[in-house]
Write a protein that binds this ligand. Structure first.
Ligand code: AMP
Length: 225
């Protein structure tokens, strides 16, 4: 049996994690677990969790840990995550990182690597303010760099494209602040453990994808040794 790959995808909002994840899911038999997507699903379905999380998300603040941790814990216990996963948007602060380590350790597992898709702030702002997402499945577009064939309609499923509330300019700036304050310190946390791999996220999406694939292929070889 191939070794497990328990991967974390890091990077500021708008680094292209969602775009890369779609491609990586096709490449590797690993489930892609995005806490942002899961939360948006809860908001859409108006679940208890969704109702509690919405105000934090709309403001660009982190949803409280007790809500997030229970959701992720359950997700990681699902069958498809048994041999590995790609996490996006989690962990987002030191307590979440510790909780993840503890859960994995209880299961006799550990984080294999953290992949940082690095993008400077001014590029993040340009990307996020033009981003549009489909209401059905969260497919991503950009009005300038990756426009849909028809305005405001998803090429893949025909649903309406909208701008996320948290992609509005004043919220983007706040989200970046939260990222630098709470999430960026985790880069050091994983660096110290020798687990951090850096990827230049300013390059074309296909190049970023190629780089991530190469990193994952190398990790696979190392884990199999
Ligand atoms: P994302 O799509 O990853 O940018 O997430 C959208 C929003 O969901 C964030 O701005 C937070 O409000 C919330 N969120 C997603 N993941 C987490 C997390 N791990 N901890 C706290 N809040 C989160």
């Amino acid at each position: 049996m191939a070794a497990q790959l328990n991967l974390i995808l890091f990077g500021p909002p708008g680094a292209g994690k969602g775009t890369q994840a779609e491609r990586l899911c096709d490449d590797f038999q690993l489930p892609f677990i995005s806490t942002g997507d899961m939360l948006r699903g809860h908001v859409k379905d108006e679940t208890d969790l969704g109702q509690k999380a919405k105000e934090y998300m709309d403001a660009g603040d982190l949803v409280p840990d007790e809500l997030i941790l229970a959701m992720v814990r359950e997700r990681l216990l699902e069958d498809d995550a048994r041999d590995g996963f790609i996490l996006d948007g989690f962990p987002r602060n030191a307590d979440q990182a510790t909780a993840l380590d503890e859960q994995l350790s209880d299961l006799g597992r550990r984080v294999t690597a953290a992949l940082l898709i690095d993008v400077p702030d001014e590029e993040v702002i340009r990307r996020l303010s033009g981003r549009r997402v489909c209401t059905e499945a969260g497919h991503n577009y950009h009005i300038e760099f990756d426009p849909p064939k028809h305005d405001d309609v998803c090429d893949q499923d025909g649903s309406e494209l909208i701008q996320r509330d948290d992609d509005k300019p004043e919220v983007i700036e706040h989200r970046l602040g939260v990222y630098h304050e709470k999430t960026q310190p985790l880069v050091e946390y994983y660096d110290e453990q020798g687990l951090m791999r850096r990827i230049d996220g300013t390059r074309a999406a296909a190049d970023v994808h190629g780089h991530i694939r190469a990193v994952i292929a190398t990790l696979r070889l190392e884990e199999d040794v």
